[in-house]
Design a protein around this ligand. Structure first.
Ligand code: ADP
Ligand code: ZN
Length: 727
């Protein structure tokens, strides 16, 4: 009998940490980072080996056996494994969930990590067969084919009409056998585009990073839109390719920036793996395998690609590093931007964070010497920066959200055959149904939110919980005919269409983008100039390159000035400059109009000067005065329950327990978040703030040990958010 050894296995179920199991099969137990199938209760789970132990925590007769090991080599190598273990601690999230988060779904379900193909060949006996032997027609064909080619893949044989059953029968008689070989990437295309010669600013960036490319360093590239950042990335990637090393390029969104993918493909051919949420499970697995085998040299992905199984990494780039989508908002709430820096340090390679409007955190890191600053202040080939003007909405007449000066400007640009882009910060500006008689606004029953009017399809939607209701114009209280107020993308589009009946107008928002084909065709129509006006939300700020847009209108800046979140003004500045960056082309500078009821607000006036540095310093000063990050650290506990009291009582208990443990940490709340009720559940949050990360984390760990044992904790939904992106 083999001697048993004990291992700890992390299983992806909430609250359960690692469990002990024993390995009773022959050979040594599976290595750390390998997947194993284990019994849990009456079910079976796939977990990951995290530790070999001499002595189990329970009596060894009570330790259950590992049923099967799925990997001969770890699916998580030491580097990634260590990073994930760090994440579990830092984000206070169960290790099993963190580890499996880094794997494609199919691997979580037990698919093989290596992709291999069966190749058939004849055995000696098979080759010696002659026509005198009793053979079937198909068998004769197989023998014929294999005599000519030595080895043929099962797929090719199938294509030739030979089924696996025929081959298996021949194998059973000892005539044929198969061997497994790793798959090669399918089609290989060659690059069709050569690089640009870099300008001086670009060259300086590339040299700064390549000169020190052999070890960890973090860079923050602040480069205005169109300054040629992407070209810099491609040069850096190309340098890495030269050494056979992988580059990881993170972007906020891929579906919205098809141009980037195209540019990379044209430049580098298909040594590219793409990882984002729009892929099928099989495509994700394929990208994962290509990365791990080292075949993929460039990995382009969104947030979760930070966990790509890099094997020979040389560089990590985070494009639009300020973008909020790098923070995962539910489940395992990590920041891919922050992890990019950490991972680069672990790999001892450079990391480049880049943006036209860097986050205040990153600017702060430059000030403190943690990141090196690189700059690109000039747009390539453009006729200069756009001019930005604020339209005072207190003095100008408006028609459904469009002021007279803006309408006049639109007319002017259209008459010159140029394109116009209109940006709506839709949140809070969606059209709602208002009864002018009794003053009620139609609201969602399940959330603290107003129902949004979708007049064309005759429905009211709640954009928070998805509740829909069919549209009736009469008020349910006083039966008066109600009116639609507020300007959503749909309404502005209709209004514009009425003003400019001849013009093709496109709308770009979440509803449209969820339909993959229509998004692509809309973008194509804009690029080809068929569409002259584009109306859209935040999505417009995300890296499109519309060459003929000369006018950008921001329909309202005001929400950003008076929001409740401490990141509100930072976000406003970033969004405004990002959309403004879409204006202008080679022969003509762009014009930007921002409508506001507060035209002399200091944040707006600095933005008009397009001085992001001054804006950043102003916003950082605000943060410092209030001791918000980056001048302190935050951890939020959130809870939600059907009953408001239950959620608050839970957090109240956490707050008072914590106060008994320490008096140095600032504890705010429990309080209701900006939307308290959502999907019929009440939400509450409790904020912990301190200027020492360690103090804050130690308290959180200690609290968790207690809280997990509270019966209360099993009855409500709760979670911890470290370094929250939104409050
Ligand atoms: P960013 O990523 O900073 O917005 P891009 O890299 O997309 O800027 O560059 C803007 C435009 O300038 C693109 O059309 C790109 O092809 C072009 N471009 C970039 N670098 C150069 C260069 N060195 N010479 C000529 N054109 C360039
Ligand atoms: Zn709702």
């Amino acid at each position: 009998m083999t001697k048993s050894s004990f291992v700890q296995v992390a299983i992806p179920v909430p609250l359960v940490g690692q469990l002990d199991y024993q390995w009773t099969k022959s050979g040594p137990p599976p290595s750390l980072g390998c997947r194993v199938r284990v019994p849990l209760g009456r079910r079976e789970k796939i977990g990951i080996v995290t530790c070999h132990i001499d002595k189990p925590s329970l009596d060894s007769s009570r330790i259950r056996e590992i049923l099967e090991t799925l990997d001969t080599e770890p699916v998580l190598n030491t580097e990634l494994f260590d990073l994930l273990c760090w994440c579990a601690k830092y984000y206070h999230h169960p290790l099993g969930e963190v580890l499996t988060h880094a794997l494609p779904t199919l691997l979580r379900q037990g698919r093989p990590a290596q992709s291999s193909e069966k190749f058939w060949e004849l055995t000696k006996t098979g080759r010696a067969l002659s026509s005198e032997d009793y053979l079937g027609k198909l068998q004769i064909r197989v023998i014929d084919l294999l005599r000519r080619c030595d080895q043929i893949s099962a797929q090719e044989l199938l294509d030739a009409g030979i089924k696996g059953s025929v081959l298996n029968r021949m194998a059973a008689r000892g005539w044929a056998k198969y061997l497994e070989k790793p798959c090669q990437m399918k089609s290989v295309t060659k690059p069709i585009e050569s690089p640009f010669e870099l300008n001086v600013e670009q060259q300086n960036c590339v040299s700064a990073i390549t000169d020190a490319a052999e070890s960890y360093a973090a860079y923050l590239l602040q480069g205005v839109t169109g300054s040629g950042k992407t070209e810099v990335y491609m040069h850096l990637i190309s340098n890495q390719l030269h050494f056979g090393r992988q580059s990881l390029l993170l972007v906020p969104e891929i579906g919205l920036t098809p141009q980037l993918l195209k540019r990379l493909e044209n430049r580098f051919g298909t040594c590219l793996a793409v990882m984002h949420s729009g892929l099928t499970a099989a495509e994700r697995l394929e990208a994962w395998r290509a990365t791990r085998s080292g075949e993929a040299k460039i990995i382009l992905g969104t947030r979760s690609a930070i966990f790509a199984p890099l094997v020979n990494a040389g560089l990590i780039i985070v494009d639009e590093e300020h973008d909020a989508s790098y923070k995962q908002q539910d489940g395992f709430k990590y920041s891919a931007r922050d992890l990019a820096v950490l991972r680069a340090r672990g790999l001892n390679i450079p990391v480049l964070l880049a943006s036209a409007t860097p986050s205040l955190e990153s600017i702060h890191n430059v000030t403190h010497g943690r990141y090196k600053e690189l700059r690109m202040d000039d747009q390539i080939g453009l006729a200069g920066k756009p001019t930005i003007q604020i339209i005072d909405m207190n003095v100008h007449a408006e028609r459904h959200g469009l002021s007279t000066p803006l309408i006049t400007a639109i007319e002017r640009h259209l008459s010159l055959d140029q394109q116009v882009l209109l940006f709506i910060n839709r949140r809070g500006f969606a059209p709602v149904l208002l009864c002018t008689e009794c003053g009620t606004v139609e609201e969602c029953d399940q959330c603290d939110a107003r129902m949004t009017l979708h007049a064309r399809i005759g429905q009211l939607w709640c954009h928070h919980c998805g509740l829909t209701r069919s549209l009736t114009w009469g008020c349910s209280i006083c039966a008066t005919e109600r009116i639609a107020v507020g300007a959503g993308t749909q309404r502005i589009t209709d209004e514009l269409q009425a003003l400019f009946p001849e013009i093709k107008i496109a709308r770009l928002d979440k509803d449209i983008a969820s339909n993959k084909g229509s998004l692509e065709s809309i973008l194509a129509d804009v690029t080809h100039g068929e569409t002259q006006i584009i109306v859209g939300t935040q999505m417009l700020a995300k890296g499109h390159d519309f060459p003929n847009v000369t006018l950008v209108g921001v329909l309202s800046a005001d929400q950003g000035l008076f929001g409740t979140d401490f990141r509100c003004s930072e976000k406003l500045g970033q969004t405004l400059l990002q959309v403004a960056g879409r204006a202008g082309r080679r022969d003509q500078p762009g014009e930007v109009f921002i409508q506001s009821h507060y035209p002399s607000h200091p944040l707006l006036t600095t933005l008009v000067q397009q001085d992001y540095d001054a804006f950043g310093q102003l916003a950082l000063k605000e943060r410092k005065a209030a001791a918000w990050p980056p001048f302190s650290y935050l951890i939020v506990w959130r809870a939600e329950a059907i009953n408001k009291k239950t959620a608050h009582a839970f957090l109240e208990r956490i707050a008072s327990t914590a106060r008994n443990m320490t008096d140095s940490i600032k504890i705010l709340g429990p309080a209701a978040p900006s939307m308290e009720k959502r999907g019929n559940r009440f939400r509450a949050q409790l904020l912990f703030q301190h200027n020492s990360r360690k103090t804050l984390h130690d308290l959180t760990s200690n609290m968790l040990l207690l809280v997990r044992d509270w019966p209360q904790a099993r009855r409500i939904r709760w979670s911890i958010d470290v370094d929250p992106a939104e409050l």
